[in-house]
Design a protein. Sequence first.
Length: 212
Amino acid sequence: MKRHAFLTTRPQPIPRWLQAFPDAQILRGADAGPDTLAGVGMIWLHAAHEDTNVAEIVQKLRRIAPQIPVVVLSNMPDDEQGLAALAAGASGYCSALTLPAILRQVAGVVEHGGLWIGPTLMRRLMQGLARTQAANEPSLGSLSQRERQVAAAVARGSSNKEIARVMGVTERTIKAHLSAIFEKLGVRDRIQLALVVNGVDNPTGPAQKIPA
């Protein structure tokens, strides 16, 4: 069974983390490398300090271990920070004080290819759709009807398995649709796809700093 790894600058991890995952590995920033991440199934990045650049660290982790999903745990969750983390490639964003039972739910969603974001951030994403739908129409118009269905489902946070079940096709077919969608829209992953579909401007814009 693959381990969970918490990347933090705290001298001691927040107790809730180990309550959720008793066998978790605790890492400091300098310890996060290919060797130390071997056998790790999920990285939990703790955003504890004001000068922490979440997007930069997420991108670094994705370069080091692209197959390992990253979830950001923020001391003071903020929509702008969450958008920056997701655009950088994070698979989830939530409070550092999330209850153990919820942390396990987050892990379950992300492990199955889904995204975890809070309700306020989801509303923020959806609100952008009405504002910029006309501007986005030409690019989204390049998608086939089936590709539009897949893109919309991804934007709602559905996993490949869930989309395949609803559409009555295989996961391989969904992956093929996603590859075509990424190429047509010029996005690199499902996070950027969700931002485009939901009308969020400049999903790869400057990273936001983390509140203390």
